[in-house]
Design a protein around this ligand. Sequence first.
Ligand SMILES: [Zn+2]
Length: 116
Amino acid sequence: MALTDWYCEEVLVGALEVDAVFEDDRVLAFHHPRPSASPHLVVIPKRHVSSLLAVEALDGELLVSMMAGVQHAVRSAGLDSGAGFYVRANAAAPGVTPHMHWHVLPGAAANWPQPE
Ligand SMILES: [Zn+2]
C-alpha cells in the first residue's frame, strides 16, 4: 500500500494546521506536527515534487526558496548556535512520504553517522 502524501493531502490544503515559520509562493517551512526531536522542523515545496531525484520538477527558484525555508527554520528555532543542525532530505527510501521534504533537526539529535 502506497504511503499517503500527507503534505499534499493535509498540510497544503489546510486540513492540518501547522505552525509555520516561513512561507513564500513556492515553499512552506513549519514545526513538524509529530516531532522526532526538539525542535524538529520541515521544509516542503508547495507544488508536488516526489523527491530530490525528481530533477525535472526542480528549478533554481524552488531551490532558493527551499534554502530560505531552511534558514528561517534554523534561526527561528535557535539552531544556529550550540550543537548546530542537520538538514536531512528524503530520497526514495522505503517508508518515506512521497513528497520532497527536508527535515531540519538539532545536531545533537542526529541519528546517523557523524562526519569525521
Ligand atoms: Zn505531494
